[in-house]
Write a protein that binds this ligand. Structure first.
Ligand code: HEM
Ligand code: HEM
Length: 252
């Protein structure tokens, strides 16, 4: 099997010896990640307490929470569409081809986690890559079902495509919206636990790398030059993703 271009089997991934820093995450991936985290927090809060209005701090206007939920959910949908396209057109470490691996690679990686001399991986490891793909798919499903969902407890606020389906179908999709969220919650907990495990047990701080874009690797590890796509290209992809979401909302 061919090795991904950015791995090196010659060194241990733990950063106990001499180290150096390399850039691994581009700005679009980092912005995507942390904006996604903020929006998911907002979607969760407004989804759980959707029936209540809240008062805008400056204007004093009453805003239905559920409207905010839909804006936040639609923004997540645009972000995830962006990320999927960036997974094809983006930088080396953003590409799906870089981190989507078969079950053999995932098991092999997990089996070798505590061994010295295991691979230094610039981008996502095969196990993390699997979780990333699962989160993206579930988020697409979550936003997709949300488009047809209807909140029946308070004001009957509905997603923009709710009128396209029968009441029964809308009920079913709303209940899927709740179930998928539970699956997302489990993956988020797993994902955060894994990040903390790498930091505290394996002594690799992947979290800081998601902020700075730089990973600390053993000085001896030879990582081939990574290619980074331009920010302008990312901006164009993001604008198109937002336009697609706007188009979807107009279909109802
Ligand atoms: C709402 C919660 C979160 C979601 C949905 C989420 C989702 C994701 C996704 C989709 C990626 C892949 C990024 C990409 O390739 O574009 C990622 C990577 C990452 N996330 Fe999160 N994340 C969440 C919260 C967090 C938090 C709170 C932390 C810090 C404790 C964190 C740490 C990381 C790290 C370190 C990576 C890179 C992993 C690696 O080096 O392979 N995430 N996350
Ligand atoms: C990926 C983004 C989204 C997340 C994370 C999310 C999350 C949630 C959560 C946690 C709930 C409460 C579920 C519960 O109490 O068990 C909820 C309810 C709801 N969401 Fe979303 N949502 C998203 C996208 C959307 C979108 C795009 C729309 C519509 C445009 C939408 C419409 C609704 C509606 C109408 C409800 C109320 C359902 C009810 O009360 O029975 N959501 N969402």
């Amino acid at each position: 099997m061919t090795e991904p271009a950015h791995t090196d089997t010659a060194a241990t991934p733990s950063t106990s010896g001499p180290t150096r820093k390399i850039k691994v995450w581009d700005v679009p991936v980092r912005l995507f990640h942390w904006i996604l985290v903020l929006l998911i927090g907002l979607s969760y809060a407004t989804g759980e307490f959707g029936g209540f209005d809240f008062i805008m701090p400056v204007t004093g206007n009453m805003v239905p929470n559920m409207n905010l939920h839909m804006w936040s959910g639609l923004s997540i949908l645009a972000l995830v569409i962006f990320r999927v396209v960036w997974g094809v057109l983006g930088s080396d470490t953003a590409k799906f081809s870089d981190f989507v691996k078969g079950p053999g690679a995932v098991m092999g990686y997990l089996g070798g986690l505590f061994k010295k001399g295991t691979k230094v991986i610039a981008g996502h490891n095969p196990a993390g890559g699997l979780v990333v793909v699962a989160i993206l798919i579930l988020l697409l499903m979550q936003a997709g079902t949300g488009l047809f969902a209807k909140e029946d407890d308070f004001f009957g606020i509905a997603g923009p495509l709710n009128s396209l389906v029968s009441e029964d179908t809308a009920k079913m999709l709303t209940s899927r919206h709740h179930q998928i969220w539970e699956a997302i919650e489990i993956l988020i907990v797993l994902h955060i636990a894994a990040s903390i495990f790498y930091w505290l047990v394996l002594k690799q701080n992947l979290i800081v790398a998601m902020f700075t874009g730089q990973k600390e690797i053993p000085a001896s590890a030879e990582i081939p030059q990574l290619r980074f796509a331009s920010k302008a290209k990312a901006a164009v992809v993001m604008i198109i993703a937002a336009a697609v979401v706007w188009g979807i909302t107009q279909a109802g």
